[in-house]
Design a protein around this ligand. Structure first.
Ligand code: HEM
Length: 382
């Protein structure tokens, strides 16, 4: 069996379990989405719409400007594109749920394409989730600035902020998807990629809805809004309370480190947190809780390694979760109960991706629960 086939069958078996769990988790919380008013009838074509709005020219110019690399050009392109988006809103244009599922499916294809080029552990899922989180995690509730609404990480200097090192990989992948679906905003695209990453890697459903619009370089956030992994619990609280999260949610969100790895050439840290970095499990918590962690002796930034195998890592900000009394009880709870973590993670991520977006911008009153690729093929068979 080829590696890709093995990966796919592994993913499938994980997904079966995950879907069962998710079914249970979501039965009460999200049932209402399944009975939501049907999505509007599919649009005939974007061309007709743009022509009707007199926006085709705008789209053409925007496309031309987008081909340029400079920030000024991107900003100008964004202005035009936002104009087209506002025009769509003004004309009551709402892309259908089916349109977004097509984008989701394309992203799922991109996730697995990492296997073809031997990228990391065989999935682009982790780096795409990190992109979605870094675009959302700049939110400041006091000033109501930042968040995924304007996708300002497209612009310098935000794209060059130390915390965002390595995310060009993810932005470039999404640029290709955007070429195929130019009507979607970058904020919607990046957060949808985060949703697809979690769901396709066997995690819980992440309720999500579109509505973000592209903004300008001027709306970019200052450096320092994302967490610094070398710090302690005060810093974690400062950063996440600023977004409106509490201690339990800080721990739940940190469980995303079940996925992916640190790269020396990005953050300077090195290695994965778990033995299964492309499958969503509560292993981050079981390992954090059960293993003995010691400071790694090396020439890199301060990080911990597991005493037994020396092959896993924890960041200082991961380790404070078992040192701080208020965080610790949640690490224990999530280590003992994956379903509980799935539920809390799903709620926190869904909220994270919506920080700072005016409710009036959303195209539906409630977030959607999008079907995984496996669920869609099961549905087709029936
Ligand atoms: C709690 C504070 C957090 C800190 C200090 C932190 C820090 C980091 C660092 C240093 C890396 C390594 C980047 C690299 O070298 O490639 C990383 C990776 C990652 N982070 Fe976090 N993070 C935090 C919270 C989160 C949250 C809330 C999420 C998502 C909900 C998340 C998702 C990820 C993922 C998926 C990766 C792996 C990326 C890859 O494999 O390319 N992190 N994080």
């Amino acid at each position: 069996m080829s590696f890709a086939a093995l990966r796919s069958s592994l993913r499938k078996s994980v997904n079966v379990r995950a879907v069962q769990r998710v079914g249970r988790n979501n039965a009460n919380t999200f049932r209402r989405y399944t009975t939501e008013t049907p999505a509007p009838a599919p649009k005939k074509s974007n061309v007709g719409l743009y022509a009707g709005l007199g926006a085709a020219v705008v789209g053409g110019i925007a496309f031309y400007i987008y081909s340029s690399d400079s920030d000024a050009a991107k900003t100008a392109g964004t202005a035009l594109k936002s104009g087209a988006q506002s025009a769509k809103v003004a004309a009551n244009y709402v892309p259908t749920k089916a349109d977004y599922i097509k984008v989701y499916n394309k992203i799922a294809e991109v996730l697995d394409s990492a296997g073809d080029v031997d990228y990391d552990d065989g999935s682009y899922g982790p780096v795409l989730l990190r992109l979605a989180w870094h675009s959302s995690g700049t939110y400041d509730k006091e000033t109501n600035t930042g968040g995924s609404n304007y996708a300002t990480m497209r612009f310098e200097p935000e794209s060059l902020h130390g915390a965002n090192a390595g995310l060009k990989v993810a932005r470039d992948l999404m640029e290709k998807v955007h070429e195929e679906f130019p009507w979607i905003s970058y904020g919607d695209l990046w957060t949808l990629a985060g949703v697809a990453a979690v769901q396709e890697m066997g995690g819980p459903k992440i309720p999500w809805r579109p509505g973000r619009i592209d903004g300008f370089a001027a709306q970019a956030t200052p450096d320092g809004r994302l967490p610094d992994a070398s710090q302690g619990s005060d810093h974690l609280r400062n950063i996440f309370y600023r977004m409106g999260f509490n201690d339990q949610e800080i721990v739940a969100l940190s469980g995303a480190h079940a996925l992916g790895r640190c790269h020396r050439d990005r953050s300077g840290f090195d290695g994965p947190w778990t033995f299964s970095p492309i499958t969503v499990t509560n292993d981050y918590f079981t390992l954090l809780w059960n293993e003995k962690w010691v400071w790694r002796k090396w020439d890199g930034p301060k990080q911990l390694e597991d005493k037994k195998t020396h092959s896993l890592m924890m960041l200082p900000t991961d380790y404070v979760l078992v040192e701080d009394k208020s965080f610790k009880k949640w690490v224990k709870a999530y280590a003992e109960d994956q379903d509980l973590w799935f539920k809390d993670f799903s709620n926190a991520v869904s909220r994270l991706f919506e920080l700072g977006i005016p409710t009036s911008q959303f195209v539906s009153s409630e977030p959607w629960v999008l079907p995984t690729i496996d669920e869609q093929s099961e549905e087709k068979k029936q």
